[in-house]
Design a binder for this molecule. Structure first.
Ligand code: GLN
Length: 230
């Protein structure tokens, strides 16, 4: 902020395993979210210390002041806006149903009676599953990270899972998971970068300014194309 001193270092919470947004490769964090926040930091003159954790721990860590910023494929929701402030949206996503490739009896929520639905703690998927549990008559099984949730459906312990469509599309394409998406997209939302509510106007301003500059310079598109193309 113009004092000419050391750049400020912000603690940034990230989901441990959430490709193509955040993951580890050769001992380095990489992915769309990582590149975006690194580019914003460079543009706005701050430093980053990454704090990888399960998604469900991220908002609590912001609230406990253990993190300054969170970027974790986090959907902007009214519920979360009660405790965090979000940046301008940077990516469109939403939930879809996922089953094994050979599954032919589940094509929509109406087919879930008596089934087990796997979700990840603290996510919009978990929230959606709980909110519709009685209506569709399924059981919810909760996991702490996406790979465990995918595994549960792959190995037949759960019938279906809920995940953001860009994430599951990438997982299927990249790792050859024996899974497929079915039915209509269930929700549409947008990812935002979060800071603790009401106390971080200055950080949020830097994030929004940096994000806009990445969009204007074409760097945002380059980052997206690097991981998922069009
Ligand atoms: N977009 C979803 C959410 O905000 C999932 C995020 C995640 O699993 N990292 O809850």
């Amino acid at each position: 902020s113009g004092e000419g001193g050391e750049d400020k270092t912000y603690k940034v919470g990230i989901d441990t395993t959430y490709p193509p947004f955040e993951f580890e490769e050769n001992g380095e964090y990489t992915g769309i979210d990582i590149d975006i926040i690194n580019a914003i930091a460079k543009n706005q003159g701050f430093k980053i210390e990454f704090n990888p954790m399960d998604f469900g721990g991220i908002i609590p860590a912001l609230q406990a002041n253990q993190l300054d910023i969170a970027i974790a494929g986090m959907s902007i929701t009214d519920e979360r806006k009660k405790v965090v402030d979000f940046s301008d949206p940077y990516f469109d996503a939403g939930l879809t149903l996922v089953v094994t490739s050979e599954n032919t009896d589940i094509t929509s929520l109406d087919d879930l009676k008596g089934k087990t639905v796997a979700v990840k703690s603290g996510t919009t998927g978990a929230e959606f599953a709980r909110a519709n549990e009685d209506k569709y008559g399924y059981e919810v099984a909760q996991f702490e990270d996406s790979p465990s949730m995918f595994q549960e459906v792959s190995n037949g312990n759960a019938d279906v899972l809920l995940e953001d469509y860009p994430v599951i599309a990438y997982a299927i394409a990249q790792s050859g998971l024996d899974l497929k998406t079915v039915g209509e997209r269930l929700t549409g939302d947008q990812y935002g970068i979060a800071v603790l509510k009401g106390q971080n106007a200055e950080v949020l301003e830097k994030i929004n300014t940096g994000l806009q500059e990445l969009r204007d310079s074409g760097e945002y598109d380059k980052i997206i194309n690097k991981y998922i193309g069009e």
